[in-house]
Design a protein around this ligand. Sequence first.
Ligand SMILES: Nc1ncnc2c1ncn2[C@@H]1O[C@H](COP(=O)(O)OP(=O)(O)O)[C@@H](O)[C@H]1O
Ligand SMILES: [Mg+2]
Length: 250
Amino acid sequence: MSQLGANKLSVAFAGLKALSEVDLAINTGQITGLIGPNGAGKTTLVNVLTGFQAPTSGAVTLNGTALSGLQPHQIRRKGIARTFQGGRLFRDLAVIDNLEVTGVGLGLSRARARAEAAAMLEWIGIAALANRIAGTLPYTDERRVAIGRALIGKPAYVLLDEPAAGMSGPEAAELSRLVHRIASEMGCGVLLIEHNVGLVLKLCDHIVVLDSGAVIESGTPDAIRNSEKVRHAYMGTAAETAAPVLETLI
Ligand SMILES: Nc1ncnc2c1ncn2[C@@H]1O[C@H](COP(=O)(O)OP(=O)(O)O)[C@@H](O)[C@H]1O
Ligand SMILES: [Mg+2]
């Protein structure tokens, strides 16, 4: 088993502490959940882990070795991949081309990248979408394509930033099955950011809770379910966000 770690990561934006000494470990083959109210610092943490944001202090570690000063594409080549909250596909390209371009960017020949792209779409169950123009896809398909693209090159880790946001219950359940397979069949270490706490409690091996940039709790789903601190963190947030979360925790 190998491990991607955050070691006392802090990020300050002009005085705002987006992250404060955050520690976190993602193990291959496991799903780590990252939850917390809006503005807690979840996306900032993913940005730091993938080289899109430099930390103010602290380090990202891969099997204990610091990955300092690397660019996002260098981190990707080390097997740490991500999706973005907004999908960010190449909208004018066909679905399969979106995946192929990524493979070529990772150093595969065009033929190998194409073959891997086709196999990935098959594995996800969206081979029928291969020739669709990415920008014309419904939102839920776009998310699955974005996950497929992140999995090109067989990364050891994949960080998913709210992949189920806006999905219906059945759509989110299908996405959960995909996330589970990414860990169990591919052996990937998954970091899952997700507002549906019920889904996170069901799916994750380990959960980390961020609030105002700091880790306020981390542990098994049961420990999180019973945490007063977690309940308290969600109490101060907008009622429409907090109510379903609190219902799940109670
Ligand atoms: N590039 C940036 N410049 C300034 N402030 C930022 C930037 N990115 C995020 N923030 C702020 O940092 C905090 C954490 O944001 P974010 O990581 O996006 O939270 P989350 O993903 O948990 O909703 C928020 O207060 C947000 O406004
Ligand atoms: Mg976010």
